[in-house]
Design a protein around this ligand. Structure first.
Ligand code: KG4
Ligand code: ZN
Length: 338
């Protein structure tokens, strides 16, 4: 049984082919980074237009790499929520068209659940139930994942997402887009203890996050208290110290809250997904944190952390249950649970 999956929720045009095991046969991602870099962030209309141009070649490439013909595809999967509505619609429309033309079932999967399922894919065995930490450009949330498809929200950011904070701090420091990898590189040369940036809710008994105050603290550290704008600082140790201090604050909060969630749920598995999970400092801190709680940590390799279509293999679980989507399936921009 071959599944063809499509992901177009933000700025990566992605297609994958996998089997029901699930085993990934192809995982193709066309990044749009160069299109958005000059705007300093993802421009939704530009993203949607680029998806339109790239999706069919990306699907072709995935099928070719997998050695699977269109006539062998047994189901079409699309990540239809959450994301940018115009971007999602490109993938949803293509998936509906393919399912109709091939006369095979259409399966809708959730991008957030897919990020956690990337851990299941990488592990090669079942990881549920577990605590799920999703840290991406649009979301920062902790879940009690009872199964691949049953998520109970434990806490989430009340303002910026962790990845969004990385992107905004990269912009303040003049490090360009995308911000996460750039801040990580800059932080490598800095002293994480040079600044003591705020760590929201760190000692509170709640599993929510807030990164907006941290971003403002970084801004003031660069330009002075109360100064909201200014030229980015020059390269050098001072700039690296700010990047390192910021990254440390994010890492401290994420790892502390993940540990709190493990204790609260009594679960002994922690699965982490989303673009920020590519951050090496975070990976190391979560490794230590999980070990301290006697829990096993699952973090996928980098290609499965950032947006991709292989993680849509979560749809295999729906396929087993016969949960197919109608051909009037819609794109749903906001996360609304499982
Ligand atoms: O999951 P993802 O690819 O897309 C969304 O679903 O949002 O996450 C993208 C986010 C961006 O904000 C990017 O800056 C961040 O992940 N990111 C990182 C790193 N690599 C990507 N953040 C910190 N360190 C990294 N190495
Ligand atoms: Zn994502």
């Amino acid at each position: 049984m071959f599944f063809l999956a499509i992901e177009t929720s933000c700025d990566e045009t992605a297609a994958a082919v996998f089997t029901e095991e699930p085993r990934v046969l192809a995982n193709v991602v066309a990044s749009q980074t160069e299109l958005h870099a000059r705007f300093g962030g993802v421009v939704p209309e530009v993203a949607a237009r680029a998806h339109l141009q790239r999706l069919l070649p990306v699907i072709d490439e995935a099928l070719t790499q997998a050695g699977v013909g269109l006539d062998q595809v047994g189901a079409v999967v699309v990540l239809n929520t959450p994301g940018l509505v115009g971007a999602l619609l490109v993938g949803v429309s293509a998936a509906k068209m393919l399912a109709l033309a091939l006369d095979v079932p259409l399966i809708a999967a959730n991008h957030i659940e897919a990020h956690i399922y990337a851990c299941r894919l990488a592990a090669g065995h079942d990881i549920f139930p577990c605590v799920g930490l999703v840290v991406s450009g649009g979301h920062t949330a902790l879940f009690h994942c009872r199964s691949a498809l049953e998520f109970e929200l434990l806490g989430a950011t009340i303002d910026d997402a962790a990845g969004e904070a990385f992107d905004k701090v990269a912009s303040i420091l003049g490090l360009g887009f995308p911000g996460g990898p750039a801040v990580e590189r800059e932080a490598a040369g800095g002293n994480p203890a040079a600044h003591r940036f705020p760590r929201s809710f760190l000692h509170e008994d709640r599993l929510d996050f807030s990164f907006s105050g941290l971003k403002t603290a970084v801004l003031y550290a660069v330009h002075g208290q109360g100064v909201a704008r200014g030229a980015p600082p020059p390269p050098g140790p001072a700039r690296a110290d700010v990047a390192a201090g910021f990254q440390q604050a994010v890492v401290d909060v994420l790892s502390a809250k993940a540990r709190q969630a493990l204790r609260r749920t009594g679960l002994k598995r922690l699965a982490v997904g989303g673009g920020v999970a590519a951050n090496r400092a975070l990976r190391a801190a979560l490794e230590r944190g999980a070990a301290a709680e006697g829990a096993e940590l699952f973090i996928p390799p980098l290609v499965l952390c950032t947006d991709n279509a292989a993680m849509a293999a979560v749809a295999v679980e729906k396929w087993r249950q016969g949960r197919f989507a109608p051909l009037d399936l819609d794109a749903i921009p906001a996360y609304a649970g499982s």
